[in-house]
Write a protein that binds this ligand. Structure first.
Ligand code: C2E
Ligand code: CA
Ligand code: CA
Length: 566
C-alpha cells in the first residue's frame, strides 16, 4: 500500500491547509513526510515522524504520555502482531511560532493511522495524516479516541453504562488478569512484561465486537462490558481471549476470568466491576479452573479471606499456630505406632480455626510454605524432646503442601531441621497428596525419596487414583482416604475393592494406613483385609502435644477397649 496511498494523501495535502501526511516503511525504515501550513512547525521532515511524536515538546503535557505510548506501540508493531488496521487519536499541541511558549493556545489535532500488515499481523507499512480537528469532530472527540479504546476510561464508562442499562438485552461484566504477572516481570524482565500487556491491549481491540467494550483497568487487569443473548457468547469470548492472548512468543501464562452476570441494573458500574473482581480473586491460585461466575457468597468469603490474610504473618510470629498430633494405632495391638502433625490456628478472638478454613487461602497465596516449615520444626522439636526425655520416639508424619513441589528447595529445609535437632531421618515422615501431576514421578518427590525420607501418599482413593500408578511409585506407604473406604464399605462390591486394593498394595511392598476410622466395625474390617495401621476418631482425635504424650508414654486407660478380640 505504502507509496500509492501516501501519494494520494499528499495530493490532498497540497490542496488543504494545515495538514501533514506521512508514511513509514518498516522494510527499510524509510519514511516520507509532507506538511503544509501550521503543521509544518510540528513535524520535521528529516526524521521518523512516529519517533518525533514520542519526544515532541509541542504536545500538551497531559497528552504526551498517551501519544508516546501510542507511537511506541506502532513502532513496535513491525515485530509484534497488531490487531487493528486503523487507529485514530486526538491530542493537543502548541502550533505557535515559539515552541517553548507554554502560555500559547493549544489546538486539538487528530492523528489517523492506517496499517498494512503481513500474514502474522506485523506492520509492513504505516500511512497517516495529521490535521486540526473541525468543530464537529471536537464534539465527538471521545468517539475518535475510542479507536484506542484501552486508554480512555471515560469512553469505556459511557459505553459500558449504555450496555449495562439497556434492558432489551442481557449483559455482563468480565474481568481478567494475568496470574502471577509479577513473576513474568521477574523472570523475563519488565520490558517483556510491558510487551505482553501491549500485546493484550492490541489483541482485545480486535477480539471485541461492537457489543463488547474493553478497558485496561490497571497494569494487567482488563475489564469488558458485554451485551449478549446467549451465555455461550460469553464463553466463546473467553475462549477466544485465552486462545489468542494466553501466550506471547514462547512465554505461557494463565489468564484468570471473573464474570458478573448483571442481575441488578441499578448498581453502579464500579460495583458491577467489583463483583467481577471478586469472582476473579476467588479462584486465584486454583489449579483446576480459570473462570468463575460471581455469586453472593463470594462477597462474604472474601471478607474472611481478607481477615485471614491480614492476620497470618502476625499469627505465625505470635505463635497462634499450634501443632496437634493425631495418633496412628496398630489395630491388632491397639498401641500407638505413629502420629500425624496437623496444624491448628488458635485465634484469640475466634477460637480454634480448622485447617479447612485457612489452608486453601494459604495455598493460594503461597503462605502455606512458611506455615508448613513452622509445623515441620514443631515436629522435630517434639522428637528431640522425646529423645532427651528418654522415651522411645514415635515417628511423626508431616504434610507437604503441593505448593512446595515446584522445586526441591524444601528438601534442604527438611535436611536442615533434621541436622539442627539431630534426629534420625526415619522419624520424620512426609505426607504428600496423590494427584494426577505427581503420580510419583515429580522430580521433587523422587529426590525426597533419594534423600532417605519415608513417603506417605495422602488421601489415596479420594481423587484421581489408579492401581496402575502404584506400580512404579516411589511412595512407601498408602494412606487410604476416609471417604474412599467409608463409602465403599457400604456395599459388598465396595468391600471387595478395598480388600483387593489392600492385598495388592501389600503384594508390591507398600504399607497401608487407613485414615478416618470412626467405628469398631471399620477397624475390624480393615484388620481382616490386612491393613494394620489406622488413624481416626475411633482411636483418637488430633490432640495437643501434651495430651499426645499422655496417650503415648503414660499409657491410655482405654487401650483395652480398642483392642479387637481375636
Ligand atoms: P489430611 O492430611 O487428610 O488430615 C486428616 C484430616 O482428617 C484431619 O483434619 C483430621 O482431623 C481428620 N480426621 C482424622 N480422623 C478422622 C475421623 O475419624 N473422622 C473425620 N471425619 N475426620 C478425621 P484437619 O486436621 O481438619 O486437616 C484437614 C486437612 O488440612 C488435612 O487433611 C491436610 O490436608 C490439611 N492440613 C492440616 N495441617 C496441615 C499442615 O500443617 N500443612 C499442610 N500443608 N496441610 C495441612
Ligand atoms: Ca495428611
Ligand atoms: Ca489424608
Amino acid at each position: 500500500m505504502g507509496k500509492s496511498v501516501f501519494n494520494a494523501i499528499s495530493e490532498i495535502i497540497n490542496q488543504a491547509e494545515d495538514m501533514c501526511a506521512f508514511s513509514v516503511d518498516f522494510s527499510d525504515d524509510s519514511y516520507d513526510i509532507q506538511s503544509s501550513g501550521r503543521m509544518a512547525a510540528l513535524v520535521d521532515e528529516n526524521s521518523n515522524p512516529l519517533e518525533q511524536f514520542c519526544y515532541n515538546r509541542r504536545i500538551h503535557e497531559s497528552d504526551g504520555a498517551v501519544i508516546t505510548a501510542f507511537c511506541r506501540d506502532l513502532l513496535g508493531s513491525k515485530n509484534n502482531p497488531i490487531y487493528e488496521s486503523r487507529y485514530g487519536i486526538s491530542f493537543r499541541a502548541n502550533l505557535s511560532e515559539n515552541a517553548e511558549d507554554n502560555t500559547a493556545e493549544y489546538s486539538w489535532l487528530i492523528l489517523t493511522i492506517a496499517i498494512d500488515r503481513d500474514e502474522e499481523l506485523r506492520a509492513r507499512c504505516i500511512v497517516g495524516h495529521l490535521r486540526i480537528m473541525n468543530h464537529a469532530e471536537m464534539l465527538n472527540k471521545t468517539i475518535i479516541d475510542s479507536f484506542t479504546n484501552d486508554k480512555h476510561p471515560r469512553v469505556f464508562a459511557s459505553r459500558a453504562q449504555a450496555i449495562v442499562s439497556d434492558e432489551s438485552r442481557k449483559s455482563a461484566i468480565v474481568q481478567f488478569d494475568i496470574e502471577k504477572f509479577k513473576l513474568i516481570n521477574t523472570a523475563y524482565g519488565e520490558e517483556k512484561g510491558t510487551e505482553i500487556l501491549n500485546f493484550i491491549v492490541n489483541g482485545m481491540a480486535s477480539i471485541c465486537n461492537e457489543r463488547q467494550v474493553c478497558l485496561r483497568l490497571s497494569a494487567d487487569v482488563f475489564m469488558i462490558a458485554v451485551a449478549y443473548d446467549d451465555i455461550s457468547e460469553i464463553e466463546e469470548l473467553i475462549e477466544k481471549i485465552s486462545e489468542r492472548l494466553g501466550h506471547y512468543q514462547n512465554i505461557n501464562y494463565k489468564l484468570v476470568f471473573g464474570i458478573n452476570i448483571i442481575t441488578d441494573r441499578t448498581l453502579s458500574l464500579r460495583k458491577q466491576g467489583d463483583r467481577a473482581a471478586m469472582a476473579r480473586q476467588s479462584i486465584k491460585g486454583n489449579a483446576l479452573t480459570n473462570v468463575c461466575y460471581y455469586n453472593d457468597t463470594q462477597e462474604n468469603k472474601l471478607v474472611s479471606r481478607k481477615f485471614i490474610e491480614d492476620r497470618m504473618y502476625y499469627a505465625l510470629e505470635n505463635e497462634e499456630f499450634a501443632m496437634f498430633l493425631q495418633p496412628k494405632y496398630s489395630i491388632s495391638t491397639a498401641g500407638i505406632v505413629g502420629a500425624e502433625a496437623l496444624v491448628r490456628w488458635i485465634h484469640p478472638e475466634r477460637g480454634m480455626l480448622s485447617p479447612a478454613e485457612f489452608i486453601p487461602v494459604f495455598e493460594a497465596d503461597g503462605f502455606i510454605t512458611m506455615l508448613d516449615e513452622y509445623i515441620w520444626e514443631q515436629a522435630c522439636k517434639a522428637l528431640r524432646r522425646w529423645m532427651d526425655m528418654g522415651y522411645t520416639p514415635i515417628p511423626i508424619s508431616v504434610n507437604i503442601s503441593r505448593v512446595h513441589l515446584v522445586d526441591d528447595k524444601f528438601i534442604d529445609v527438611l535436611d536442615g531441621l533434621i541436622a539442627k535437632y539431630d534426629i534420625p531421618k526415619n522419624l520424620l515422615e512426609t505426607e504428600i497428596t496423590e494427584s494426577l501431576e505427581n503420580a510419583g514421578d515429580t522430580a521433587a518427590i523422587k529426590k525426597l525419596k533419594e534423600r532417605g525420607y519415608m513417603l506417605l501418599m495422602d488421601d489415596f482413593g479420594s481423587g484421581y487414583s489408579s492401581l496402575n500408578m502404584l506400580k512404579n511409585t516411589p511412595f512407601d506407604v498408602i494412606k487410604i482416604d476416609r471417604d474412599f473406604f467409608s463409602e465403599f464399605m457400604l456395599s459388598d462390591r465396595g468391600k471387595k475393592i478395598i480388600s483387593h486394593t489392600i492385598s495388592m498394595s501389600k503384594d508390591i511392598g507398600l504399607d497401608m494406613v487407613a485414615e478416618g476410622v470412626e467405628t469398631r466395625e471399620q477397624a475390624e474390617f480393615l484388620e481382616m483385609c490386612g491393613c494394620d495401621v489406622a488413624q481416626g476418631f475411633f482411636y483418637s482425635k488430633p490432640v495437643c502435644l501434651e495430651e499426645f504424650e499422655k496417650l503415648a508414654f503414660f499409657g491410655a486407660d482405654n487401650e483395652k477397649d480398642m483392642r479387637l478380640e481375636a
